[in-house]
Ligand binder design. Structure first.
Ligand code: 13P
Ligand code: SF4
Length: 299
């Protein structure tokens, strides 16, 4: 049997659900039941009845799914698939910061580890950061860990002081303004869509700044025929599949090495051996769940 058929057979036999992030390898996306951004996937896991879930993405995403569905078995096919951005803030650093800023509210981007979420007042995603900051009850906000998302969101929130943590996504940082300008010169009629993890001078060139799934919706609904996409190259798979009549370009083809670790063999082994299980202490689950639920309430 082909590997894909073996995966589909095993998935059916075990009643499992496979979800994949928009940056996963095309063949992994194609074998998944749902493909989406980090939050959509966790919400999907929570909605579905399946007790066994294979999460093709990076660890913080699978953890978020586990936090929202603690009764389910959530598997991460490659346990070393970490997001370097999520590793840029620790619980101790937040606690130290709070000592000197007793009234500070902490907003944690979902790209954080579960213990950091547990320390935060509320979580947010790239899709809802502005709404969360607007609605949080507090004037002074520490936003962790992504500096660019913090600065971008702060542009749309009056009357609040947003203090950005100095974290960054190494991949989005590599997208340079000069390259985006060159891409615009090559395709002057193209619409520029950028992820808010890009540097501010790149975001200034964008027609819209969106999460990965918001880009998919924008491209589908837009009258535009050409798009310059400033994010990880994996998103092109769905963009092209769902919009065969439109053209998509990237300033530079950048791959997130962590997102690309998961291959079809890993998905198969994950299903077969039910590995690697996401395990979190009960106390972390309940505290981080509060921050995630508050996000859903605010946004
Ligand atoms: P999205 O939530 O927009 O899919 O982004 C996740 C991510 O890791 C971006 O680099
Ligand atoms: Fe993390 Fe950046 Fe990879 Fe997204 S693209 S998972 S933020 S390293």
């Amino acid at each position: 049997m082909e590997l894909i058929d073996r995966i589909l057979y095993l998935k059916k036999e075990k009643g499992a659900l496979i979800v994949a992030h928009n940056y996963q390898l095309p063949e992994v996306q194609d074998v998944a039941d749902f493909v989406g951004d980090s939050l959509e996937l966790s919400k999907k896991v929570a909605q579905m009845e399946n007790r066994l879930v294979v999460f093709c993405g990076v660890k913080f995403m699978a953890e978020t799914a586990k936090i929202l569905s603690p009764e389910k078995t959530v598997l991460l096919p490659r346990p070393e698939a970490l997001c370097p951005l999520a590793e840029m803030i620790t619980v101790e650093e937040i606690r130290d910061f709070k000592k000197n800023h007793p009234r500070i509210k902490v907003v944690a981007y979902v790209n954080t580890n579960a213990d950091v979420k547990a320390e935060a007042d509320v979580c947010c995603t790239s899709a809802n950061a502005v709404k969360v900051i607007r609605n949080i009850d507090g004037e002074e906000i520490l936003f962790v860990p992504d500096r660019n998302l913090a600065l971008w969101s702060a542009r749309f929130v009056d009357g609040k002081k947003v203090i950005p943590w100095d974290g960054f996504c190494y991949l989005h940082k590599r997208i340079k303004r000069k390259e985006v300008k060159e891409a615009k010169n090559r395709h002057p009629d193209a619409i520029v869509l950028a992820h808010p993890e890009c540097d501010p001078d790149v975001l200034d060139l964008a027609d819209a700044v969106l999460s990965t799934s918001q880009m998919l919706r924008y491209a589908k609904e837009s009258e535009g025929k050409k798009f310059i996409i400033c994010t990880e190259v994996g998103l092109l798979h769905r963009l092209r599949k769902e919009n065969p009549q439109k053209k998509f370009f990237v300033p530079r083809a950048l791959m997130c090495r962590n997102m690309k670790l998961t291959r079809l063999e890993d998905v198969y082994n994950s299903l077969l051996y039910e590995k690697y299980k996401i395990e979190l202490p009960q106390e972390i689950i309940s505290r981080s769940r509060e921050a995630l639920e508050k996000m859903l309430e605010y946004a």
